[in-house]
Design a protein around this ligand. Structure first.
Ligand code: SAH
Length: 673
């Protein structure tokens, strides 16, 4: 059967119908999944193996048969570890069909067919009994169902069910326990991901300040986790206000309750400051003694020898609902509330009532101001970036006149307010001006650009067309070229001497060697001695399924790399003209100036706002590979380099062919090393 799926093309804005293969979602899931990253996580794998060996021995010492339940077996790895450690039998449960199929193949290839039964079900559907999926309850429970927030993938309800129905009382669990840690900090950088700071505009008639509405000031934001590679956050970007404390822990060998609850701890600030952010991470003890510990602690907390790069478990940033001044030595109480899947925090001066009472009603944060639904965290950061705002202000000052009629095309942008304060007579577009009492100065037009009529514009012609450009539908850097398509669609409403800001954009490229990010696309071969090549083949097949040879978005401030070439401008887009009918193509070669493995090309856009003023969404500073902290860049991995083991034959140049198809808005690229 063929299904068709409608979507707006992110670049051209056109509605299009894509033929949806029934396996499409499967392939996307596998290709972009974290399975490879988990299999590369040596520290995790080793500790699971040690923990599993120890658990099997403890059961054997008691003279019992070791019956293992492995929930979410994935490749079958943890079951194979258990079987090798001497377990008598393993039930390997996997809900995701393609993975369950892969697990069957991998288990067979490694010779464990008699010891491991793969069951393609959700664990809550598994039956126990003579005719059931499992003959009897297990006495060893092994799982790896954790995300960066620990519980976000549903570990708690899964454990709750397993203890009730699938395992024996007093079973051994690997991991044995997980503990969540927190540290209170002040950080302007991280706080800027959640609140809109006042924007200062030096206008002709004095300084204007754009303020956020009070409902936004007090808004608790959204409950979705903010997970980042905290190890890339320099110590200069935050101030530590408390020691690291244990927030709560879960013993997986005992019945687990998933119902909502709260935990409260007393903190004694080590420094006075503004409490804004709770940094959090967890660790796992693989055995009851705590001798086998796997930790996500950031660099300033643990020794470098414990360091393992991983992308499947990072660290969490939680935003307190409001910033609270705290004084050194003056105790405060931090409360963590959780439901089945997420955690949130509040800070109190006195001990919270609800602490540790089961089944308390705790409400997860709900955004009341709409802004947290419109702007994600990096977008908040971008709008709060004063350097960036200054560049837009300077550019607007160059192009705006007192009689300018200005049309702004960008999502959730502050440009209309800036344009108004900087003198434009009339500004068309947009929302949330109540706090700044601008409703009558700025008109919001809720229409797609191609449906814009002169009556929307009160029969005026646009003299200044502006965009950041920024659109929430953009995933890859060049998707913001939608501005160009929108500009083309509104051409008949533009005055003959219209000024377009940005006047143009350019696509830039650099060849890099990644410190670690290459791992997510690198095959595993064997993992702790088990042959998992079937998984490599499966990922490769999925990557080639439809969007073979595609660039993927990654925020490179979180993923350090070394430049091997100079950055190079490869294509330009002239917004003063309409989108041409023909393709824009380019070919060339980039010299590799430094030695290293060419893991891939990084691509980003730069916008040329006005003469001499450009903003980059990628490289900010060539000398130390500093990337724009608010944007994702496009990464095109060179699979041939990542898959090869040897570093011999380093090429001296990379040739490229890049094609921008103006009809589809897609950029196709090909590289040769
Ligand atoms: N155990 C493997 C894979 C871990 S990834 C390893 O450690 O390498 C987690 C897997 O659990 C995913 O494949 C997911 O599909 C599966 N999963 C999550 N919850 C599940 C549940 N309740 N029942 C069955 N499978 C589950």
């Amino acid at each position: 059967m063929k299904t068709f799926c409608g979507r707006a093309n992110p670049t051209t804005g056109a509605m299009e119908w894509l033929e949806q293969d029934e396996n499409y979602d499967y392939h996307q899931e596998i290709a972009r999944s974290r399975y490879a990253d988990m299999l590369h996580d040596k520290d995790r794998n080793m500790k699971y193996y040690q923990g599993i060996r120890a658990a099997v021995s403890r059961v054997k010492e008691r003279g019992e048969k070791a019956i293992v339940l492995d929930i979410g077996t994935g490749t079958g790895l943890l079951s194979m570890m258990a079987a090798s450690a001497g377990a008598d039998f393993c039930y390997a449960i996997e809900v995701f069909k393609p993975m369950a199929n892969a697990a069957v193949k991998i288990v067979e290839k490694n010779g464990f067919r008699d010891k491991i039964k793969v069951i393609n079900k959700h664990s809550t559907e598994v039956t126990v009994g003579p005719d059931g999926d499992m003959q009897c309850r297990a006495n060893i429970l092994v799982t790896e169902l954790f995300d960066t927030e620990l519980i976000g993938e549903g570990a708690l309800p899964t454990y709750e069910h397993a203890h009730k129905y699938l395992v024996q009382e007093g079973c051994e669990a690997v991991p044995h326990r997980a503990t969540v840690y927190v540290q209170l900090v002040e950080s302007k950088r991280m706080w800027s991901w959640s609140k809109l700071f006042p924007v200062h505009v030096e206008a002709e008639d004095g300084e204007k300040i754009i303020v956020s509405p009070s409902e936004m000031e007090n808004c608790p934001g959204v409950p979705s986790v903010c997970d980042i590679q905290l190890n890339q956050m320099p110590l200069s970007d935050f101030t530590i206000l408390s020691d690291v404390v244990t927030m709560f822990s879960v013993d997986f060998s005992k019945p687990v309750r998933s119902a909502s609850t709260c935990y409260s701890v007393q903190l004694e600030p080590v420094k006075s400051g503004k409490a804004q952010i709770v940094l959090s991470w967890w660790d796992m003890d693989m055995d009851p003694s705590g001798m086998i510990n796997c930790t996500m602690a950031p660099y300033w907390v643990k020794s470098t020898s414990a360091f393992q790069w991983r992308d499947h478990w990072m660290q969490c940033v939680y935003f307190l609902p409001n910033e609270e001044p705290v004084l050194q030595g003056e105790k405060v109480y931090l409360t963590a509330c959780r439901d089945e899947y997420s955690v949130w925090y509040k800070l109190q001066k006195a001990r919270g009532e609800e602490e540790n009472k089961a089944d308390v009603r705790v409400e997860s944060p709900v955004c009341r101001c709409q802004a947290h639904l419109l702007w994600n965290r990096p977008r908040f950061g971008e709008l709060n970036d004063q350097n960036r705002t200054r560049q837009y202000i300077e550019s607007l000052m160059k192009v705006l006149k007192t009689d300018s009629v200005c049309l702004c095309i960008s999502d959730g942008s502050l440009l209309p307010v800036l344009a108004h304060y900087l003198g434009a007579k009339q500004v068309e577009y947009y929302f949330f001006f109540k706090a700044n009492r601008l409703e009558d100065k700025i008109k919001i037009i809720e229409a797609r650009p191609e449906l814009l009529t002169s009556s929307h514009l009160d029969d005026k012609k646009i003299s200044v067309l502006v965009g950041e450009p920024f659109f929430t539908t953009s995933l890859l850097p060049w998707h913001n070229l939608y501005f160009w398509y929108a500009r083309t669609a509104v051409t008949s409403h533009l005055s003959s001497d219209v000024t377009v800001l940005p006047q143009s954009a350019s696509l830039h490229m650099m060849i890099v060697e990644f410190q670690d990010l290459w791992r997510i696309r690198s095959p595993c071969g064997t993992c702790e001695g088990f042959d998992v090549q079937t998984m490599d083949d499966m990922i490769k097949n999925s990557l080639n399924f439809r969007e073979s040879k595609e660039a993927e978005p990654h925020p490179l401030w979180e993923y350090p790399c070394k430049s091997l070439s100079d950055p190079q401008e490869v294509l330009t887009f002239d917004f003063r003209k309409t989108v041409p009918q023909h393709c824009l193509s380019t070919e060339g070669s980039v010299n590799l100036l430094r030695t290293g493995k060419s893991h891939g090309a990084v691509l980003w856009m730069e916008y040329h706002l006005a003469a001499d003023i450009s903003v980059s969404t990628g490289l900010m500073q060539i000398s130390n590979e500093k990337w724009n902290p608010h944007c994702k860049q496009a990464v095109y991995f060179f699979s041939s380099v990542i898959e090869s083991e040897t570093v011999s034959d380093l090429p001296s140049a990379v040739t490229y062919a890049i094609d921008f198809d103006t009809k589809t808005g897609e950029i196709a690229m090909d590289f040769k090393l």
